[in-house]
Design a protein around this ligand. Structure first.
Ligand code: ATP
Length: 784
């Protein structure tokens, strides 16, 4: 069934690509012409003409052939190579707002330039997103040469830039950056108090490199800016999560004193991760403190040594301190200065008392704000449905320039991990003595280190990488294809860097890849495989895994496991029968399914917040930009009065009314020197009381407005901003609590999501009312 489906999908993709042929023919035809007579100055002149035509309403689509042709010439002039037809195909796919699947080494970096150039002709900036800051900088410099020749400006957002620098970079035609820089800038833009401090322009077009890594793998953790003090729990989990991703180079431990501190690299990493410019600045003292506590919790405090996890009488799991002198449990005591909370976060136990979320957004929702979103990846077909569903974008597979000649060997399944590593070392040794380079993928640093020790014992020289120091890693990984090179790397290390084969390596069979574990997602395994066999190079890959690997230990199909138990194999056995090897993929598929539903759920919840966030942000932006809201103020006054009248005077029966309460509560919103005149109370109705009060307050407002010395519009806008910021913060805290509470309602037989939706809709109405009431109060006070 799957095979048939893929065939059908394949032909749809093929048909689409066939449609591009005439377009590519036209591009190449124009290219030949320009190639002959274009002088350096002609490029920017042509760009100017194209821009002008667009400004005059000429459609962008129609300019594609000309635009792509001159970009192709520009590439030739700068780098001396001709862009392949498959690259042009990829570029058209991007231009059409789809995801292009192109294998490693096919030259995706160049492909992005074509689509970016054409989109940027409209004058609205184009963002190009890379997975790490090193690649953003490298690409902006390298591709910058092409853009410059074409007469376009190129910027790059780096973590330590000031607001002014960011504004300058964003004002370029093309801006390279990472997803977190862009997302944090968006969140910060909605927290500024002056229009001039915003850095983004309109989010028009974005092209994302390694789009599946960014939109799928990294989309599990939302971007988050926190405020203090507060109660939300996400922030400490977030810090803990990020701290867990730091490497041993990022911090230093003084064993004797049990002190831990960040190294220079660590500070850089944290600044990047948390989107702050200078972590050591006093403004970030609290974040810095929490980071250190999270590091301490993760690397100095050990479970079952320094503390244990106990379930208390209420059935709640809690951290209990172990007295280091006596070994006794110290119930009810807490480590001080936030260390206890950091350990709770580390262990995934409910954290008590911590800072609140001030602004948050998922990467999915951030990117969905762009008018056009396109992406490139080596491994996108597996997530085709998800892309279509969440981003409305199709994944189109582009054929390779030359046929792939890498040999992918079937997996080998060992019973024990020990045996697995033995065989991995044997295989490395076998290749090493021949001089064939080997790149070994490992799941984590501990395993990398273990393998490294085993290789050292065998006298095999090698390099170990672990995805943190991007620049240095890029250098090492570039050399991974040289004769005799053995490189151990986590899956993420050196991403986006081309591995060139050294002289004589092709004759030895090219770069050999060994995977030492199957990842939770097939895409990640394929990314590792794809490091070899670029541009038709020879190469090979082999996964050697064990039943003790986390993935298989948890998810290998039970019926196969039972069979294996019956076979009573020895510990040093290894299997290659397709039946058992297929079980590996089944395990992976079931985890992929779980992760997908996790992402879907996260997005469903964020969807609600997203609608609300858009309303609040647009209200705030209107106020910030000083849009004329003077008409709305009348509506706000009416609404505030109505809310109170409805609350205090329900129904027609006067004995149910609380007129004193009404006057008191209105007095809180409208702190007003003159008391309200309530006349003819005998035969009054809720409607007439409403009219009476509204009229009085509106008349009062108009009178005071006329007497006000300052700018009334500015007063209203400022009051709204102050009020929005205050109540939005309270609201987000409350949302956290509601979300947490929902998990209990599963047991009460209600759909937690529907319940959440209903509850938040009610809360949001209250939020809007509170914002308006608070703003009115501030305005009234000023008008007096
Ligand atoms: N048409 C071309 N002819 C020759 N070389 C090219 C061409 N296009 C790109 N290259 C070169 O190929 C190399 C690989 O390009 P690039 O890094 O963009 O590949 P990629 O598809 O992004 O690979 P990865 O999946 O590893 O990121 C680069 O050195 C680039 O300069």
């Amino acid at each position: 069934m799957i095979g048939v489906l893929q065939k059908v999908l394949g032909t749809v993709g093929d048909r689409r690509l066939a449609k591009y042929r005439p377009l590519i023919h036209r591009i190449n035809h124009l290219y030949e012409g320009y190639q002959k007579y274009f002088l350096e100055k002609d490029f920017s002149e042509k760009t100017g003409i194209l821009k002008e035509q667009i400004a005059n309403g000429y459609p962008l689509d129609k300019q594609l052939p000309e635009a792509f042709a001159i970009v192709k010439v520009a590439f030739y002039r700068i780098f001396g190579f001709e862009i392949h037809d498959v690259q042009l195909m990829g570029a058209i796919v991007l231009y059409e707002g789809c995801m292009a699947e192109m294998k490693t080494g096919e030259g995706k970096t160049a492909v992005a330039v074509f689509a970016a150039y054409l989109n940027a002709l409209s004058g609205e900036g184009v963002h190009i997103v890379t997975v790490n800051p090193y690649l953003a900088e490298r690409d902006s410099e390298e591709m910058g040469k092409v853009f410059q020749l074409l007469g376009m400006t190129v910027g790059c957002i780096k973590s330590n830039m000031s607001v002014q620098q960011r504004q300058a970079e964003y004002s370029c035609d093309i801006t390279y950056s990472t997803h977190y820089e862009l997302g944090f800038d968006y969140l910060r833009d909605n927290m500024v108090y002056q229009v001039g401090n915003r850095v983004h322009r309109k989010l028009s077009c974005v092209i994302i490199d390694e789009v599946d890594s960014i939109l799928i793998d990294e989309a599990r953790t939302p971007l988050l800016i926190s405020a203090e003090p507060g109660k939300g729990t996400d922030y400490l989990y977030f810090i803990d999560n990020k701290v867990k991703s730091l490497t041993s180079e990022d911090y230093q431990i003084a064993e004797s004193t049990k002190q831990i501190m960040l190294t220079e690299e660590g500070i850089d990493s944290c600044e990047r991760i948390f989107g702050v410019h200078n972590l050591m600045h006093i403004d970030h003292a609290s974040l810095y403190h929490k980071l250190l506590q999270a590091l301490r919790a993760n690397h100095i405090m050990h479970k079952d040594i320094d503390y244990v996890i106990e379930t208390n009488e209420q059935g709640v799991r809690e951290i209990v301190i172990v007295d280091q002198n006596t070994g006794r449990l110290m119930f009810g005591r807490r480590f001080v200065e936030g260390l206890h909370q950091a350990i709770e976060a580390k262990e995934g136990i409910g954290v008590q008392g911590q800072p609140a979320t001030q602004a948050t957004i998922t990467l999915q929702n951030y990117f969905r704000m762009y008018g056009k979103i396109a992406g490139m990846t080596g491994t996108g077909l597996e997530v085709r449905d998800e892309f279509r569903k969440i981003y409305g974008a199709d994944v189109i597979a582009i054929p390779t320039h030359k046929p792939v000649s890498r040999i992918d060997h079937p997996d080998l399944l060992c019973i024990t991990e020990e045996e697995k590593f033995k065989r991995v070392v044997q295989e490395i040794k076998h290749k090493f003595v021949r001089g064939q380079p080997v790149l070994v993928g490992s799941s984590n640093i501990k395993k990398s280190e273990l393998l490294s020790r085993m290789l050292t014992a065998e006298g095999i020289a090698h390099k170990v990488l672990n995805a943190k120091n991007y620049r240095e890693e890029a250098e090492v990984i570039r050399l991974a294809g040289q004769k005799g090179a053995v490189t151990i790397s986590t899956n993420m290390a050196g991403r986006g860097v081309d591995i060139l084969l050294g002289p004589g390596v092709a004759e030895l069979g090219g770069l050999h890849i060994i995977g030492t574990t199957r990842h939770e997602s097939l895409r990640i395994d394929n990314q590792l495989r794809g490091r070899s066999g670029r541009q038709g190079d020879v190469g090979s890959s082999h996964f050697i895994v064990s039943l003790e690997d986390e993935l298989l230990a948890n998810s290998y199909p039970d019926h196969l496991l039972d069979e294996l138990v019956d076979l009573d194999l020895a510990n040093d056995a290894a299997l290659d029968q397709p039946r058992y090897i297929r079980g590996i993929r089944s395990a992976q598929s079931s985890v992929e399914g779980e992760m997908y539903s996790h992402r879907e759920k996260l997005l469903m919840y964020d969807q609600i917040l997203n609608i609300q966030r858009n309303i609040i942000y647009s209200m705030r932006n209107d106020a910030l930009e000083g849009k004329d809201v003077s008409d709305e103020i009348h509506g706000m006054i009416r609404k505030a009065v109505k809310n109170e009248v409805v609350r205090c005077c329900p129904g027609e029966l006067q004995e149910d009314w609380n007129l004193v309460g009404l006057v008191v509560s209105l007095g809180r919103i409208f702190p007003y020197k003159q008391s309200l005149q309530l006349v003819g109370l005998q035969d009054i109705t809720p409607t007439s009381i409403l009219d009476m009060i509204q009229e009085q307050l509106l008349a009062y407002y108009e009178e005071k407005k006329g007497l006000y010395q300052g700018d009334v519009l500015e007063l209203i806008c400022r009051s709204l901003i102050i009020s929005i910021d205050k109540h939005w913060l309270i609201y987000m805290e409350a949302l956290e609590e509601v979300k947490e509470g929902m998990s209990f309602r599963v047991y009460a037989n209600v759909d937690p999501f529907i319940e959440y939706e209903r509850e938040t809709a009610r809360m949001f109405d209250e939020l809007l009312a509170s914002i308006e009431q608070e703003a009115l109060r501030v305005i009234w006070n000023q008008l007096e």
